[in-house]
Design a protein around this ligand. Structure first.
Ligand SMILES: NC(=O)c1ccc[n+]([C@@H]2O[C@H](COP(=O)([O-])OP(=O)(O)OC[C@H]3O[C@@H](n4cnc5c(N)ncnc54)[C@H](OP(=O)(O)O)[C@@H]3O)[C@@H](O)[C@H]2O)c1
Length: 333
């Protein structure tokens, strides 16, 4: 048996309960991972209370709301253990696994399958799991895969060129903080936008300048960009048009149906374009991200750590709006 944070009903952080559950056993092509650290992400918080995500609040096109709600469970959650990105050690491998051995330190991403808020986790050895960056602690490494894989996949859609100018709206979050660092790696000038608590973090991650959206509207300062990457879709194409250079692109991580029409329309006309895309993460990208982390190009700024048992407290802090970096759950560290 193992300890895990289990939830059987949607609701506030208190629905997260410490329980003893069966330790999973690896299949022939799987690895059993002893989890050391897990990030808390917005996906965990939304999945914990999916019932409260109305079609209006849903961050993706409306037709996806019902299938996603069904996937997570309509009235009660189907997946009972949250946690999508993690770092830990391989405890055991299935008999067909060749590229991992017991004792390997690893980090990885589970996407919507979740399940990492536990002492152990089984996953396919060919999935999004790779040797952990040697330069990072388990806690730091656990903050990297989701944001970096998603940002890398989405930034690939716009083919950034060195010397270009980019604005990232939502630069202090998981995807945005990775996007700031990847954009700097690609040689572009980066402006990061977030609220006051995250400004120092975004600067420390390498942004050339930061804008506090609670004090300044970036669409009104006269600056223009080759790319505006809006993570949460809190701006609008019509407002951002004047801040985009003639061939500029407006990239959305979170988009609604009308953005898809804008994408279609702008693809048929010249000039500024709207780009909406779903990320497609690949195991080899995680290896690339590890190399970037080892080269010091991707950093992790951990704000608070909580032992696994205090998952509810960690969710509460994540939702408070005060966080300045990543929020981590630790297991036996
Ligand atoms: N396209 C895809 O394949 C894909 C994949 C995964 C996730 N997503 C989408 O990505 C989003 C989650 O991103 P994440 O994990 O990076 O979220 P996150 O960690 O919660 O970060 C959200 C960021 O947005 C900022 N923000 C909040 N309100 C804002 C506003 N009014 N103006 C400007 N910035 C604002 C936050 O800054 P403050 O904290 O300072 O307010 C923070 O920097 C979700 O909508 C999800 O659906 C898309």
């Amino acid at each position: 048996m193992m300890k895990a944070i289990v939830y059987t009903e949607y609701g506030p952080p208190e629905v997260l309960q410490l329980k003893e559950v069966e330790t999973p056993a690896p299949g022939d092509k799987e690895v059993l991972i002893r989890i050391r650290a897990i990030s808390v992400n917005v996906g965990d918080v939304w999945a914990r209370n999916f019932k409260a995500i109305s079609p209006r609040k849903f961050s993706m096109p409306l037709p996806l709301w019902l299938p996603v709600r069904m996937m997570f469970g309509f009235s009660n959650p189907k997946i009972n253990i949250l946690g999508s990105e993690f770092a830990g050690d391989v405890e055991a491998v299935g008999r067909d696994v060749r590229h991992f051995r017991a004792g390997d330190p690893v980090f990885g991403y589970r996407g919507p399958n979740m399940g990492a808020n536990a002492e152990y986790l089984c996953m396919s050895a060919d999935g999004l799991v790779a040797i952990k960056p040697a330069s990072m602690s388990y806690e730091q490494a656990a903050t990297v895969p989701y944001g970096a894989l998603t940002a890398l996949s989405l930034l690939r859609k716009v083919n950034l060129q060195p010397g270009q100018k980019v604005l990232i709206n939502g630069a202090s979050g998981a995807i945005g903080s990775a996007a700031v660092q990847l954009a700097k790696y690609f040689g572009v000038d980066v402006t990061g936008v977030c609220s006051t608590p995250g400004l120092e973090t975004v600067k420390a991650l390498g942004a050339d300048r930061v804008i506090d959206y609670t004090r300044e509207d970036f669409t009104r300062n006269g600056e223009t960009y080759d790319l505006i990457f809006d993570i949460m879709g809190r701006s609008s194409f019509s407002r951002c048009k004047g801040s985009l250079r003639p061939d500029g692109r407006y990239l959305l991580a979170s988009f609604k149906t009308h953005h898809l029409f804008q994408m279609l329309w702008t693809s048929l006309t010249g000039g500024r374009k709207v780009v909406c895309a779903l990320s497609s993460e690949r195991p080899q990208d995680l290896v690339f991200i590890r190399e970037l982390a080892e080269a010091g190009k991707i950093k992790s700024i951990v704000d608070r750590r909580y032992p696994l048992e205090q998952a509810a407290e960690a969710h509460r802090y994540f939702e408070s709006g005060d966080k300045k970096g990543k929020v981590i759950l630790t297991v036996g560290l």
